[in-house]
Design a binder for this molecule. Structure first.
Ligand SMILES: *Cc1c(COP(=O)(O)O)cnc(C)c1O
Length: 374
């Protein structure tokens, strides 16, 4: 069998990881092993330091993909008396509303189109007119389109109305600054395998300690109860149920590499450069991004599908995949589109490689214009 190089994943996840992160998984750990317990403590503290909230918040990891952590955080921080204002402009916001359905949590959706940021005036008005609203749940970067939501303004409105803020910052945490002094959140949720460049299998909530202390018994789920999970970790440093040991070892290495790259500022700078090169290169071939530059987060870019009948997305996808670049279909309702990610262990070389492969693919397909339908 010949071993081929792994493809570059220009997607919203799973993402490309470094060779050293993958190598960190070549060990077995006992879950009660002193070294393993120390790794967990270090990871939880590092995540609090990245967020800048070591004095006020605690970090509670949970097994599973990012959605497990979102579900666990919402289920733990709310109860049947809560009423959540869910800000939706894409699939991840809609998923939060669906979690509320499963957990029988009362919620109101405030929806804007997928290419339009959260409407902060509408948030303010909703909180003013409905005193039963207890929580605002927002998505920092809505990965469906790649849009950056106005999280600082949403946080200011939520705080001045005296409500609790929960942020799904899955696709931004570790690369886009979220200053806790400006954004007074009770919880943010993220995972190991987006901007932190660990492997998939673990998510976490960073939760205000004083809030979590009052959340015993809220969660309708045993395995997704972050209060219980936190109590277990505080008591003896151990997970309640089998921890994803290899994922955790890889995450420890990924966080060391995040720090070595200059933390949030350094990681964010690489992604912004990836994004700029990508957008400039695609524009020069005639592709049109969905979002104006000022709305675009440097995480993933949505492009309109070319209208030229010679352009077939599956064919395009396959040609890029054969050259070692995996892109992602669109998930928008507002436009026919596809997405190319800027995150994971990729840099200028890989982005330029992808652009070269795209140029070859459209030439081979005989596409004469990459412009979308008028
Ligand atoms: C990736 C992501 C999630 C979690 O998705 P999983 O597939 O469960 O990992 C949640 N919210 C946002 C904004 C995301 O980008």
């Amino acid at each position: 069998m010949t071993e081929t190089r792994d493809p570059w994943l220009l997607t919203p996840g799973p993402l490309t990881t470094s060779a050293t992160v993958k190598a960190a998984m070549r060990h077995d750990f006992g879950s009660r092993d002193k070294r393993f317990i120390a790794i967990n403590r270090r990871i939880r503290e590092r995540l609090l330091d990245i967020a800048g909230v070591r004095d006020t918040h605690v970090c509670v990891p949970v097994q599973g993909s990012g959605t497990f952590a979102v579900e666990a955080t919402i289920g733990t921080l709310t109860n049947p008396d809560s009423h959540l204002l869910v800000l939706v402009n894409g699939a991840y916001g809609r998923r939060i509303a669906k979690i509320c359905d499963y957990y029988a949590r009362r919620y109101t959706v405030l929806e804007s189109a997928e290419d339009v940021p959260n409407d902060t005036d509408a948030v303010e008005q909703a909180l003013r007119t409905d005193p039963t609203l207890s929580h605002v749940v927002a998505v920092h970067c809505e990965t469906t389109s790649g849009i950056l939501n106005p999280i600082v303004a949403v946080a200011e409105i939520t705080a001045s109305a005296g409500r609790s803020l929960i942020v799904d910052t899955m696709s931004a945490f570790g690369a886009i600054e979220l200053d806790a002094n400006q954004v007074a959140y009770d919880a943010v949720v993220a995972s190991a395998n987006k901007c932190l460049e660990g492997v998939p299998g673990l998510g976490f909530g960073i939760i205000r300690r004083s809030v979590l202390e009052s959340c015993a018994g809220n969660a309708p789920s045993l395995s997704l109860d972050l209060y219980d999970q936190w109590q277990g970790l505080e008591a003896n440093g151990q997970w309640r149920f089998t921890p994803p040991t290899h994922v955790i070892a890889a995450f420890d290495q990924a966080l060391a590499e995040h720090e070595a790259e200059g933390g949030v500022a350094g990681r964010g700078a690489r992604y912004r450069r990836n994004c700029e090169i990508l957008v400039a290169g695609m524009r020069s071939m005639g592709f049109v991004p969905l979002l104006a530059d000022e709305l675009q987060a440097p995480i993933i870019v949505t492009f309109h599908m070319p209208a030229d009948p010679s352009f077939d997305f599956q064919d395009f996808y396959n040609r890029l995949s054969e050259r070692g670049f995996v892109i992602y279909p669109g998930k928008l309702t507002v436009a026919n589109s596809f997405r190319i990610g800027c995150i994971g262990r990729i840099g200028e070389t890989e982005i330029r490689g992808a652009l070269a492969a795209i140029e070859l693919a459209i030439n081979e397909m005989g596409v004469s214009s990459c412009a979308p339908a008028a």
